[in-house]
Design a protein around this ligand. Structure first.
Ligand code: ASP
Ligand code: MG
Length: 419
């Protein structure tokens, strides 16, 4: 069994879906994980935001736009106005969810997951239908029932053991050898839909590869392979041919967009190689992540945007020591806010965290614990691994730098957002 993962950019239009067909045609034992088409997840986040503002009219208008976008892809694929009943049904369910939900802030993550999951449900339904019509016999797997996750919304981990059982049970007796399942989504013990974190489809594919003991996993992307920097931000990016699991985890954690940080562990545990290949050239070598690759020596630049810098200052001038740390981290964990860099002195603690709806609530709680808390929004975190003198000179001296951390191997800068 092989596992292929197609991200949103690779299936953003009819041409992309045809290309997917071209890549999978002729494969025999294959599990295909697909993300939501194009920027659908962002669009569904907008639907959810309208619900948060109790503006159902706008929410429904936005659902209609998402539907129109998919309808256009379907019509183009089939060369004529076409209705796929199962897709219509999904949009009907989505509209009903918007209409019938009484939104409460405490349930934000639950409703977020319920809404955004439709992106993957719709994309896989379209792709499964299209593959079948083109003679690629396949089985649509409902990952909400196959993946058992934590009871935690918006960033759930998958329980591998239970999932192995549930996934195999769904696949058994289908008589099929090609399977199509949604990335990014799963089901909680209470039966509600969960998501695995933005860009989580890579992780989904890795979980499938792991529980099915796949021979390999391939991510088909709109780049040539893994690059040492995002070419949209940094000039002179180069392809890295081979990476080991540990370097990859470090890179992903620092914000490299190439692969979701949670992807590597399930693969490493079973030594499954991960290929990253260009979607538009199925014969290209791409990059491979595997256990025996050497450490990457060349510089790697990673920019994580959408960060908030918090400055905590203990009011009674007590040192910010272990027990204070524990309180602070527990509070962030409680609100599912990820900390990406910390910097401390005796009475100050700086934390660079992902932007979140709950920042102000967290600040309120920490004030209750005896801290003065200030926030600075719109900052970004730049990590440079294996930095050179030239890179140091280029980035570390800028007036925009707020915090600078260096080790012999890496340079990390919290700086005011540039774009
Ligand atoms: N569609 C989801 C997202 O955009 C998951 C993914 O693309 O991996 O975050
Ligand atoms: Mg996506």
């Amino acid at each position: 069994m092989k596992v292929y993962k197609f991200g949103g950019a690779s299936v953003k239009d009819a041409c992309g879906v045809r290309n997917l067909l071209d890549i999978v045609r002729g494969e025999e034992d294959l599990f295909i994980i697909v993300s939501a088409m194009g920027k659908t997840t962002n669009a569904l986040e907008r639907v959810f935001e309208s619900m948060q503002r109790k503006d159902n009219t706008t929410a429904l208008e936005r659902v209609a736009e998402v539907r129109d976008y998919h309808k256009a892809i379907i019509d183009e694929l089939y060369g004529a106005p076409t209705k796929i009943m199962s897709v219509e049904l999904l949009f009907e369910q989505l509209r009903n969810t918007v209409r019938n939900t009484i939104y409460r802030p405490a349930d934000a993550e639950l409703w977020y997951d319920t809404i955004v999951a439709f992106g993957e449900l719709v994309s896989t339904t379209i792709i499964s239908d299209y593959l079948a019509r083109e003679g690629v016999d396949n089985y649509w797997v409902d990952m909400r029932h196959a993946f058992l996750t934590q009871q935690r919304h918006k960033d759930a981990d998958v329980n591998l053991e239970a999932t192995a059982y549930r996934l195999k049970r769904q696949m058994k007796d289908t008589g099929k050898r090609i399977f199509v399942g949604q990335g990014f989504i799963g089901g909680a013990p209470d039966g509600t839909t969960t998501t695995l974190g933005r860009e989580g489809s890579d992780y989904s594919a890795a979980v499938v590869a792991s529980v099915l003991d796949a021979e390999s996993m391939t991510v088909w992307k709109d780049v040539d392979g893994i690059l040492n920097a995002d070419p949209k931000i940094f000039p002179d990016s180069r392809k890295i041919e081979r990476l080991n699991y540990i370097d990859t985890i470090e890179l992903a954690y620092s914000g490299a967009q190439i692969i979701h940080p949670k992807t590597i562990k399930p693969l490493q545990n079973k030594s499954i190689p991960l290929y990253v290949k260009p979607f538009n050239d199925k014969t290209a070598a791409g990059s491979v992540i595997c256990g025996d690759a050497e450490r990457v020596e060349e510089p790697i630049l990673i920019l994580k945007r959408n960060q908030v810098l918090l400055n905590l200052h203990s009011r009674d001038l007590s040192f910010v020591l272990e027990e204070k740390f524990a309180t602070v981290f527990a509070t962030f964990e409680n609100y599912r806010i990820k900390t990406n860099l910390i910097h401390n002195s005796a009475i100050n603690l700086y934390m660079c965290v992902d932007s979140s709806w709950h920042i102000d609530e967290v600040m309120g709680e920490l004030r209750g614990e005896g801290f003065d808390v200030e926030k600075q929004e719109g900052v970004e975190l730049l990590t440079i691994r294996s930095y050179t003198d030239e890179l140091y000179a280029r980035y570390a001296h800028s007036d925009d730098v707020i915090i600078k951390q260096t080790t012999p191997h890496s340079l990390r800068l919290v700086r005011r957002g540039q774009m």
